[in-house]
Design a protein around this ligand. Structure first.
Ligand code: NAG
Ligand code: NAG
Length: 363
């Protein structure tokens, strides 16, 4: 058997195998490769529209060269731009069917101007017309004109794969995407058309768009005297729904608990201005809780010898004063090594952290 025949046979085998293994996803991928090729063909066609051999259209060019429009040179230029060099599937398809492009270009273009239709659908049969699916291009559920009655996506639409079944858009359900989902109501409906709209956020089911059209109220809502669903204010309930160090925020259909500002001891809202009382280390100052500067209190808080006071948020620290360091709980005079003046920067950092004797936090 000659080598070329062996190779052909091998290709045949591979084709058969890949066909047997083929599933809906592959069919979709092959079709979209084909679609991309024909899209790029059309772009290439556009791109080369203005081109000709010279630039000027002299009478001589008209006669001798004006055929660029329909020339093999133009076709080759277009074919070169069909695929990214990295796309194996694309290059493989173009290579495999190169002669079809030539046939179309020279013989079919006039009668079949839509290349996608002629090439992908009718000739190599890897795609189907819009609204149809599968090996035989059967109509999608709901018909090929408006698959899924315009309310969903037909599986395999436009490809040689898929099941033709519908995946409905939000708000629609059922095999034909004509039924309304939960929390949607039907605004308009006949055998082939359905328009579903969302219920008001207060309804669990409804017959119309407002809070007066609820069949029943959702959690977090209750019926008022006019049979409309209105928000429940969970925050005004007894006992209060939030913890001691939290404040309650009512929202439509729900509520949230939020941590009080650290300057508060209990609060009615965010920030230091909504405290019920001030936290330890803070005092009420014109309706807001402000830090107490313990270091400026009449009674000295740092009582050990050679200590200094540092104010902090809600508290204070006592540390050894400059030139002193902590040693077994007391501040003692620092040794003054000769080099200390040459490297003051390094020393400062250590002094600060090591010299803190006592740190007063929330008690
Ligand atoms: C169904 O309703 C749509 C939209 O109102 C309308 O265009 C269509 O003609 C109706 N079809 C039938 C069978 O009544
Ligand atoms: C104290 O708290 C305020 C506000 O939270 C902040 O801007 C400030 O930097 C804090 N000061 C210190 C010394 O931590």
């Amino acid at each position: 058997m000659p080598l070329s025949d062996t190779i052909s046979l091998l290709f045949c085998l591979i084709s058969v195998l890949s066909f047997v293994n083929g599933n809906a996803k592959d069919a979709g991928a092959v079709c979209s490769t084909c679609k991309q090729i024909t899209d790029n063909f059309n772009k290439g066609f556009e791109r080369t529209t203005k081109k000709n051999f010279g630039g000027g259209n002299t009478a001589w060019e008209e006669r001798k060269l004006s055929k660029y429009e329909t020339s093999e040179i133009r076709l080759v230029e277009i074919l070169e731009g069909l695929c990214e060099s990295s796309s194996f599937e694309c290059n493989h398809m173009v290579e495999e069917y190169e002669e079809h492009f030539e046939t179309w270009w020279f013989k079919r273009k006039t009668k079949h101007p839509d290349l996608h239709k002629w090439f992908c659908i009718e000739t190599i049969k890897v795609c189907c017309p819009k609204g149809t699916f599968g090996p035989d291009c059967n109509s999608c559920v709901g018909g090929s004109d408006r698959p899924c009655h315009g309310n969903g996506k037909c599986d395999g639409d436009g490809t040689r794969g898929g099941s033709g079944k519908c995946t409905c858009d939000l708000g629609y359900e059922g095999e034909f995407c004509l039924d309304c989902s939960e929390r949607y109501f039907s605004e308009e409906r006949n055998d082939t058309f359905s328009l579903c709209k969302e219920c008001h956020s207060s309804c669990s089911t409804c017959t119309g768009a407002t809070n007066k059209d609820c069949n029943d109220c959702r959690d977090g809502w209750k019926e008022d005297e006019e049979e409309a669903c209105i928000d429940i204010d969970e925050c005004s309930k007894e006992p209060p729904p939030c913890k001691d160090k939290e404040y309650c925020l009512n929202t439509e259909g729900s509520y949230s608990c939020n941590v009080c500002d650290s300057r508060c001891s209990g609060c009615k809202g965010p920030g230091p201005g909504n405290c019920v009382a001030c936290a330890e280390g803070y005092k009420d100052e014109e309706g807001t809780c402000a830090d107490v500067n313990e270091c400026e209190l009449p009674d000295t808080v740092c009582t050990e010898e050679h200590q200094e006071c540092v104010n902090t948020n809600g508290s204070y620290k006592c540390r050894c004063a400059g030139g002193f360091e902590e040693h077994e709980g007391v501040c003692v005079q620092q040794d003054q090594p000769e080099v200390s003046q040459e490297e003051p920067a390094e020393d400062t950092e250590d002094t600060k952290t090591e010299n803190i004797l006592t740190e007063h936090q929330d008690l």
